[in-house]
Design a protein around this ligand. Structure first.
Ligand code: ZN
Ligand code: ZN
Length: 554
């Protein structure tokens, strides 16, 4: 590719996360080089049966891999690092991350079998390093995970502040608070653009502090008599520490339940966090403790099936159980799309007589993203020339742009995945739309979501399937009766009468086929397919995905 960014240019290209909350992938282009920021996944909803996660289609940058000088990870949330193990082999560039983020990425590399190929360059908090023609400085922010970093990206064509995910938490409990001084200092160097988190651009006020959550959880748990479980995101290490402190204060022992809870705990301990945790009890030992001396800290706040809380609620954990008069505290928010799964889990707990306590009852959760007052303060500190809203759906981006305008930012550019923006030289504008899309992890394979396999998978899920086998003998006549099976459409044992109706309709249609047509495979197959679909449609109001197999005997 000879369309490399020019020496006087600073380009910005989001390939994921601009138009949705999830699967972030951002690219900065300058002087023949591209710098990637974040490489994340997004969880697929129930409309994509069989697909666990989605990730950005990186083909644009894959085609220009020789220009890709590095990948900088802002923080360790899945929507920022989750695709590294799946896509790195297509990109093959060095990765830059702070210690905790690196510790969270490492197991993904091992799982992908690429841990001896990938070079993670560990950078210190507030550190400065150069990657190709980009000078990068980290600025410590606060979020809902340790070590969230904004990136100051300096080039000969201009400077960008890429905020990553952030909030302004004066007391984040884990790690330093946000580096206000460094942010204010940026206003003196005339920042060209600020590429900024839009998640809560429609939320008035401030996001609130982890310290407040700790106080409230302390009171809530102090009022509970029996076994208590707290469900939260495992990556919220401050919340994990809060649960431990609450346990100590209320005479309980902490048990961590869920693989990701243990994995994040280990990464946090390995990188110097959670130093004064009380000793944990294992799931095996929980049974030996009186019920009022147990505090379980579980994964499953989003109702995920097979998660720790889900297994406990469904009696699938033979070491740890909950019963009537125990309590489960959801110290989390409902991520849109997970509403039903969460309600199902909460119903299951309620049926057992377990008390369910959520953020609707008490202030036991704060968001990790900036509400409008925080966004306003950030614009006042940094005073960029251009606002580029990212990390949001279209409505969040649009609202964020209006807020930036109200904050006197001279220009706002709202794009979408694949929008190539030229930030410098002036005038800043959208100059192209490049390939962007979603890849789905389907079993062990990555494929575009609009691939024929996934499109027919979706149709199968909604309509069921019918398989038809026809045999034509050497005499050119149909042999015996057509065979039809219709999984997901008919119960083959109890509804054989219905199946007979379809078989008869098919037999009739085939009988009417002229001898010349019977010699043509495509005509026979299409006639059979349409007849079967029509017969099912008349009978059941459903047109199953129908596949015809024609066997010719010679
Ligand atoms: Zn995040
Ligand atoms: Zn994020």
């Amino acid at each position: 590719m000879n369309d490399a960014p020019a020496a006087d240019e600073l380009l910005f290209l989001p390939l994921g996360g601009t138009g949705e909350i999830g699967m972030n992938l951002n690219l900065y282009g300058h002087d023949g080089a591209w710098l990637m920021v974040d490489l994340g996944v997004m969880f697929a909803d129930a409309n994509r049966p069989g697909v666990d996660v989605l990730m950005p289609d990186p083909s644009y940058i894959e085609d220009r891999r020789d220009q890709l000088v590095g990948l900088v990870l802002t923080h360790a949330h899945e929507d920022h690092i989750g695709a590294v193990g799946h896509l790195w082999q297509r990109l093959r560039c060095p990765i830059y991350a702070t210690a905790f983020t690196a510790a969270m990425v490492q197991p993904k590399l091992v799982e992908a079998g690429i841990d001896d190929e990938v070079r993670i360059i560990e950078v210190p908090l507030s550190g400065r390093f150069s990657v190709g023609p980009f000078e990068v400085e980290l600025i410590t922010l606060t979020h809902s995970i340790p070590e969230p970093n904004a990136l100051v990206i300096r080039t000969a064509a201009g400077t960008v502040l890429h905020t990553g995910d952030w909030k302004l938490d004066p007391d984040p409990l884990i790690g330093e608070t946000y580096d206000e001084q460094a942010l204010r200092a940026l206003s003196k160097e005339r920042v060209l653009a600020m590429v900024c988190d839009s998640t809560n651009a429609m939320v008035e006020g401030e996001s609130g502090s982890e310290a407040e959550v700790r106080k409230v959880l302390m009171d809530v748990v102090a009022g509970l008599r029996n076994r208590v479980a707290i469900a939260c995101f495992s990556s919220n290490v401050a919340r994990v520490e809060t649960a431990a402190k609450v346990a100590v204060a209320t005479g309980r022992r902490v048990c961590l339940a869920g693989r990701s809870m243990l994995r994040v705990f280990q990464a946090a301990r390995d990188t110097g966090y959670l130093g004064d945790m009380p000793p944990l009890v294992s799931e095996e030992d929980v049974a030996y403790l009186p019920r009022h001396e147990v505090l379980l800290l579980c994964t499953g706040s989003q109702g995920e099936s097979r998660s720790a809380l889900w297994r406990i609620a469904n009696d699938e954990n033979n070491r740890v159980a909950l019963q009537a008069d125990d309590a489960v505290i959801f110290s989390s928010r409902v991520i849109p799309g997970n509403d039903k799964a969460i309600a199902a889990l909460q119903n299951q707990l309620s049926r057992k007589g377990v008390e369910v306590i959520t953020a609707d009852d008490h202030d036991i959760h704060v968001s990790g993203h900036p509400a409008r007052e925080e966004l306003t303060r950030m614009y006042q500190w940094v005073q960029p020339q251009i606002a580029v809203p990212v990390h949001g759906e279209a409505r969040h981006l649009a609202e964020h742009a209006r807020l930036a305008q109200a904050c006197q930012v001279p220009q706002q550019i709202v794009g979408a995945n694949g929008t190539l923006m030229r930030l410098a030289p002036a005038p800043a504008e959208i100059i192209d739309h490049v390939t962007a899309g979603y890849l789905a992890l389907e079993g062990g394979r990555l494929m575009p979501v609009d691939s024929s396999v996934l499109r027919s998978r979706q149709r199968l899920a909604y309509n069921g399937a019918a398989a038809v086998t026809l045999v034509i003998g050497g005499d050119g006549l149909f042999q015996g009766q057509p065979m039809i099976s219709a999984p997901g459409v008919l119960d083959e044992e109890d509804e054989s009468d219905k199946l007979m109706v379809v078989i008869e309709a098919l037999t009739d249609a085939l009988k009417r086929l002229p001898a010349a047509d019977r010699r043509d495979d495509a005509t026979v197959e299409e006639t059979a397919r349409l007849t079967v679909r029509r017969a099912f449609s008349r009978m059941l109001g459903k047109k199953p995905v129908t596949k015809v197999h024609l066997v010719r005997l010679h």
